[in-house]
Write a protein that binds this ligand. Structure first.
Ligand SMILES: [Zn+2]
Length: 210
């Protein structure tokens, strides 16, 4: 268990007084490493709450820059940061909230060539991406690297959250067991095509963070 500073005892006191968390649980959070795919609608609440909770190392991958059409739901960014890489904007917000947290940024696309090597360093993977090829890629990488995956998705007014950990439970499914194949490209419209209720991203992403 780590030795807390006075500031940490103060900052995390509402966790520490929960018997189910306690100093031991908070210590575990501070030593944990979580990797997130996407710093958008789902990534915003996930990154914000994990930083607030004192998850010690948070990796975020996103190749996009902040666009003003993002700000209706991607609340980790702001008006002044339009044009800035989303991972940089997210890091700035997270470190302003909690300087205890180390944020590793990956300002590029997650591909089959880099995904396994990246996630190998982390304890838990949270998927908040916006497309099916990435969703399947992340599932397969988590399956082979034996990492628990918290998957989140949303469409217009509805959302989905699921935890997959086939390596920890006998015969437990992965994402591909639930959905064997990605839908054909172009079949499912994106947020920019179909619209999305802004606060829904907060609801789904917050469940992932919990
Ligand atoms: Zn499977």
């Amino acid at each position: 268990m780590i030795d807390f500073t006075e500031e940490q005892i103060e900052r995390y006191s509402r966790h520490i007084i929960l018997p189910e968390v306690g100093a031991e649980g908070q210590s575990k959070l501070l030593e944990s490493k979580v990797f997130m795919i996407g710093a958008g609608g789902l990534g915003s609440p996930v990154a914000y709450y994990l930083a607030a909770a004192g998850v010690g190392t948070i990796g975020i991958a996103d190749a996009d820059v902040v666009d003003s059409s993002n700000l209706q739901r991607q609340i980790i960014h702001n008006q002044e940061r339009v044009g800035m890489p989303k991972v940089e904007s997210a890091k700035t917000t997270m470190q302003a909230l909690n300087p205890d947290v180390q944020v590793n940024t990956y300002n590029y696309f997650i591909t089959e060539d880099n995904v396994r090597e990246i996630i190998r360093d982390y304890d838990l993977i949270i998927d908040g991406c916006d497309n099916f090829p990435t969703r399947f890629l992340v599932n397969d990488a988590c399956y082979f690297e034996k990492k628990p995956l918290i998957s989140g998705a949303m469409f217009r007014f509805e959302g989905q959250v699921a935890t997959f950990k086939p390596h920890q439970q006998n015969d437990a499914p992965c994402y591909r067991c639930l959905y064997p194949e990605p839908p054909p490209a172009g079949l499912v419209p994106s947020c920019s095509e179909a619209g999305i209720l802004g606060a829904l991203a907060g609801a789904v992403g917050t469940i992932q963070a919990v």
